[in-house]
Design a protein around this ligand. Structure first.
Ligand code: ZN
Length: 130
């Protein structure tokens, strides 16, 4: 199943809008109800305000009402390894992601628990009552 999702993430990466970085990333998220959402990175001339593939896919899922994501699969066309940035790791935490799958550069996939991706994380359940 991860291979199929990875292929779908690669397809999304092919649609990345990355004229500045030429770094094409795609992501697929699987919601807890089984629905699948895709995203690609979308850059703009104000470099810092571009959107990551993972954030794009998670935002798409959120717009469809998803609040719990089981798996995020990330593919990159222009690098061997492709791990999520810090912002996306924190965004994944918000949606209680369980598993993150990334390419390892040799054609194989690495499957990580979320705690491996962002240990000792802080999220909505970390907030106290005051
Ligand atoms: Zn990111």
């Amino acid at each position: 199943m991860n291979e199929e999702l990875y292929d779908k993430a690669r397809d999304a990466a092919a649609n990345a809008y990355a004229p500045y970085s030429n770094f094409h990333v795609g992501a697929v998220v699987v919601a807890d109800d089984g629905r699948v959402f895709e995203g690609c990175n979308v850059e703009n001339a104000a470099y810092g305000s571009g959107i990551c593939a993972e954030g794009n896919a998670i935002s798409s899922a959120a717009a469809s009402g998803v609040r719990k994501i089981d798996t995020v699969v990330i593919a990159c066309l222009d690098a061997g390894e492709c791990y999520p940035c810090g912002n996306c790791r924190q965004l994944m935490r918000e949606f209680s992601v369980d598993t993150v799958v990334v390419q390892d550069g040799s054609g194989a996939l690495r499957v990580h628990s979320f705690d491996e991706i962002l240990p000792h994380s802080f999220g909505p359940d970390s907030l106290g009552d005051g």
